[in-house]
Ligand binder design. Structure first.
Ligand code: NAD
Length: 347
């Protein structure tokens, strides 16, 4: 039943793969290949229905088109969703079946690691299928340090736009999630003198943050309302909603989490409260910029990545300025810019 998919963007291709014996139900979605081959990770997630898996794949692949277009990469948008619980249902047999599916796609989709998939899984797939990026063997490896660096320079661009200075000394930042990206972001913020408030479900991580950065630890619920200048979501999607936005004390939201706005209206809710929002797929593009470097002539060279990640700051500054001058939300401006880039290439 695809009735509730009406109203979605046109997507070039969607493949469904099923191997019940080996526990695979997979959806590969290619939103567009106008700018280049469709790249995006494979997410392993226990969706409760096939429809919600498809909707997830469609949204995520469209998001990858926007992310790569805005980052100036010669890549289209794709994404795959395997419907399974990565902790209990991910098996070598399932990944083998998925590799066979990738083999049938004739190179139209380039995959990488995403939620539920590890670098070891990417290596496993790469031994069996083409177009697996972000592997540790000859690939670009862990994207998180680059995502963190992009988020850091993007956060500073937001601070500069808001206050005229990007000096972080004494600036109060709340970081939600101390995983690969959040921890690395905290290190950078701490080095430049920011005062940190943090939360994580993992008490070991929060204790380490208190010890290492002198961070104040708060509960998951309290981080939204923390008395800070900047809120940096680095854990969950959907964190900015009609329920949470009224609680924010921060005047800037700049973090790495994907899909931060629960609904399209939440961008306007932030503007109404005078909060500057750095669109998630712009500020967190460091990882895809790193993966894309694998595809240049001569193979992966980390030296080409750093200056490209640094440009996230300029891109965000341009979005902030355009949002001000056009009286639009930053997420609306980012999407318009991405669509303009794709349409110009299509023409
Ligand atoms: P991760 O899994 O390493 O870390 C996530 C952390 O968030 C974990 O420590 C987890 O315990 C914590 N967490 C989960 N739910 C929480 C909650 N309710 N409250 C507080 N903490 C919670 O993930 P990551 O790679 O650091 O990615 C973080 C976010 O950034 C995700 O939304 C991811 O999609 C996004 N992102 C990551 C990359 C990348 O390169 N890793 C790239 C783009 C976007």
């Amino acid at each position: 039943d695809v009735r509730h998919l009406q109203g979605f963007d046109h997507h070039e291709q969607v493949w469904l793969g099923r191997d019940t014996a080996r526990g695979l139900t997979a959806i590969v979605s290619v939103h567009t290949t106008v700018l280049g081959p469709a790249l995006g990770g494979t997410r392993i997630w226990p969706h409760t229905s096939f429809e919600s898996g498809i909707i997830d794949a469609l949204r995520l692949s469209r998001g990858m088109t926007f992310k790569s277009a805005i980052a100036g990469l010669p890549l289209g948008g794709g994404k795959a969703v395997i419907i399974a619980d990565a902790k209990t249902e991910k098996t070598p047999a399932m990944l083998e079946a998925y590799a066979e599916m990738l083999n049938t796609l004739q190179g139209q989709y380039i995959t990488a690691e995403d939620v539920g998939m590890t670098l070891a899984d990417a290596d496993f797939l790469a031994e069996r299928a083409p177009n697996v990026s972000g592997t540790t063997k000859g690939g670009s490896g862990n994207p998180s340090p680059f995502t963190a660096e992009g988020t850091f320079v993007g956060l500073k661009a937001a601070l500069r736009h808001r206050t005229g200075s990007d000096d972080l000394a004494g600036v109060r930042v709340a970081v939600q999630g101390l995983g690969s990206v959040g921890w690395s972001l905290c290190q950078k913020l701490h080095t430049e003198g920011a005062v940190l408030t943090v939360c994580d479900l993992d008490a070991v991580r929060t204790a380490r943050a208190a010890e290492t950065f002198g961070a104040t630890v708060v509960s998951g619920d309290a981080i939204i309302a923390a008395d800070v200048d900047i809120f940096a979501p680095c854990a969950l999607g959907g964190i900015l909603s009609a329920d949470t936005i009224p609680l924010l004390k921060a005047k800037i939201v700049a973090g790495a989490a994907n899909n931060q706005l629960a609904t399209a209206e939440d961008g306007q809710r932030l503007v109404t409260r005078g909060i500057l929002y750095a669109p998630d797929y712009v500020i967190n593009a460091g990882g895809v910029i790193n993966v894309a470097a694998e595809m240049g002539d001569g193979g992966y060279d980390v030296a080409t990545v750093t200056p490209r990640v640094a440009r996230i700051a300029d891109t965000l500054s341009a979005i902030f300025q355009r949002a001000d001058s056009e009286g639009r939300t930053t997420d609306a401006v980012a999407e318009a810019m991405a669509r303009e880039i794709v349409e110009a290439a299509r023409k």
